[in-house]
Design a protein around this ligand. Structure first.
Ligand code: 6R9
Length: 579
């Protein structure tokens, strides 16, 4: 049995598309739906973006201003010779220029690819190389730290658009460097979006798999139909809302729900440049009168640790809905929200490949603490049965479905508007994600008899730490670049705050003397941190004489994990529930 949507029997994606404008000559472009149509109407002078800068200052950008800035950006790309279909990369923190670059890129009908600003030079170089990046928007500081060290590996990079007060000074020293603000100011604020088909690629999001290089998930302009619909159905966005998505736009949540969804609803988006700080976050919620707040379980746990007293000191009465995504949200956190923030926290589930929320504790409906929720209208989910080896069972070309209550692989019927349309240059890998019309999420879950979905774990070795998806191979590869390391195995171990923490096991090269070996874990931590950045680098390194291998010679991360957690090694299929 499969489960249909929790609500909305009269729901259709066609009707959702009809809620949007479409381009004047037909077609669909995200930037028109998110900006231009509001700038041309009564919302013109409404704040689209409210940037809370690190120095405490607050800056608003109206829909009218955002339309002008994004048009200038599109014109700049055209002047630089960036053609439709080419990719524009951004390596930026939480600043409004990120929104301008993304939406301006859509207006050029080019493809936007955000990179997480905490990535070290290695992940940055790898993604820019895979995407053959010709244009990068970044700050002088990020350029110096993350790009300059690897610039000789990036021959395709032609233009570096620099953001910030020091951009003009630094630009002459950066090959292809220009000051973005100066370039934008020199261009007219009008730009006609070229004809854009709903199937044109708009976004490239790199995500991690168990093995090999990062996967580049491709999303099309039609995704905005799902962004808009899920913004209403799951997050209850309404006119006049002040919406705060705390995710960084370097990841899919920050792009889908920090940029596209709220703007498509004409609401005000908060952009908070600073890092997590419990007091400042409560102050932001209270002073900005945030009405809808989309955050992550790690952040909720950190607020819980900061204590209920702190929550009580702030006026959170403007809040109408709190939701979270990215990792399991424990039932206790849901209830803590209800008790101390005045609202239960609504868990939602989705992933880079789905582009938008697929399952959730939807606005206005019952919340079931500990459950991810129920499929959204227009989304059909199911659980596929797995065999003893953990492989999905398939009969006559279609997955064999599990019974209610039975754990298995979470499947989604292919065809929702924000579904990814390919992995960059990897058609076969994309094809393998689908079986008999079902998309394989790679997550393990079960459905109860009422149709609610419960997360059990990942079906692969990918790590989720503080909501960030990390591929173990990317970390292992860098560790093995160190001359003292011959082999590495990287796993996630349970962590009270971050959900999982990255731990590496390494085997040393023959001939490494005892003295060097003693200092190696520390040296390796520094080595990995410099290359990978703090978020991706392991927090812990342990030297081993050998690592367990599969028959084909691959490091058996599951066994490493089983041993680390003191679980029985025999039945590896039960491991997922322990992480
Ligand atoms: C949006 C995003 C996707 C993976 C996903 C799953 C995990 C997301 C979750 C959850 C438990 C939830 N995940 N939401 N696990 N409960 N509500 O996070 O995308 O970075 O691609 O990660 O995150 O394992 O498959 P992405």
């Amino acid at each position: 049995m499969t489960t249909q949507a929790a609500t909305g029997s009269d729901f259709s994606w066609t009707a959702e598309r009809a809620r949007l404008d479409g381009l004047p000559g037909g077609g669909l472009n995200i930037a028109h739906e998110a900006v231009d149509r509001h700038a041309a109407g009564p919302l013109r002078d409404r704040a689209a973006l409210r940037w809370l800068a690190r120095d405490g200052s607050v800056h608003d950008t109206t829909y009218g201003e955002l339309a002008a800035q994004t048009s200038r950006f599109a014109r700049l790309l055209a002047d630089l010779g960036v053609e439709p279909g080419e990719t524009v990369f951004a390596l930026l923190g939480r600043v409004p220029e990120l929104h301008v670059a993304a939406l301006g890129t859509f207006k050029r009908r080019a493809v936007f690819c955000p990179l997480y600003s905490a990535f070290g030079p290695e992940p940055v170089a790898q993604r820019l190389t895979l995407g053959a990046g010709a244009v990068l928007v970044t700050t002088p500081r990020l350029y110096a730290r993350r790009v300059a060290p690897v610039r000789d590996r990036l021959p395709a990079l032609r233009h570096v658009l620099l953001v910030g007060a020091d951009a003009a000074d630094v630009a002459p020293e950066v090959p292809g460097g220009v000051d973005l603000a100066v370039e934008l100011a020199a261009r007219p604020p009008a730009w006609e979006i070229p004809p854009t088909s709903a199937d044109d690629v708009a976004l490239l999001h790199f995500t991690s798999g168990t093995t090999g290089r990062p996967k580049g998930a491709l999303h099309v302009h039609e995704a905005v139909v799902a962004h808009h619909a899920t913004g209403r159905i799951a997050l209850d966005l309404r006119e006049g809302d002040v919406f705060w998505c705390t995710a960084d736009p370097g990841w899919v949540t920050g792009m889908s729900y920090g940029v596209i969804t709220p703007l498509s609803h004409g609401v005000t988006c908060l952009i908070d440049e600073g890092e997590f700080d419990a007091t400042r976050w409560y102050e932001t919620l209270a002073e900005q009168r945030v009405t809808v707040w989309y955050t992550a379980p790690t952040a909720i746990r950190m607020l819980m640790r900061a204590g209920a007293e702190l929550a009580r000191e702030h006026d959170l009465s403007a809040l109408r809905l709190i939701a979270s995504v990215g990792e399991p949200l424990n039932a206790e956190a849901v209830r803590w929200g209800a008790e101390h923030l005045g609202l239960p926290i609504r868990d939602t589930w989705w992933q880079t490949e789905t582009g938008g929320i697929m399952i959730g504790n939807l606005a206005g409906l019952e919340v079931r603490p500990g459950a991810m929720g129920r499929p959204l209208p227009g989304v059909e989910a199911s659980i596929g049965r797995r065999d003893e080896e953990g492989e999905l069972r398939v009969a006559d070309g279609v997955p064999v479905m599990a019974d209610d209550g039975e754990g298995g692989e979470l499947l989604l019927r292919a065809g929702w508007p924000s579904m990814f349309r390919g992995y960059l240059n990897e058609d076969e890998r994309y094809a393998r994600c689908f079986v008999g019309g079902w998309y394989r999420t790679g997550d393990l879950a079960r459905r109860d008899e009422d149709g609610w979905y419960w997360f059990l774990g990942r079906g692969d070795d990918v790590i989720k730490s503080a909501g960030h998806l990390i591929g173990p191979f990317e970390v292992e590869r860098v560790l093995m670049e160190h001359p003292a390391v011959v082999e590495a195995g990287v796993i996630g171990v349970p962590d009270e705050m971050a959900g999982q923490r990255i731990k590496a096991f390494v085997v040393l090269a023959p001939g490494v003397n005892a003295e060097t070996a003693a200092g190696l874990p520390r040296a390796l931590l520094g080595f990995a941190r410099t290359r990978l950045g703090a978020v991706v680098a392991p927090k812990e390194i342990e030297v081993r004489d050998e690592l367990p291998h599969t028959r084909s010679g691959k490091v058996m991360r599951r066994l490493l994990r089983a041993r680390e957690l003191g679980l029985p090694e025999g039945d590896l299929s039960t491991l997922e529930t322990a992480t």
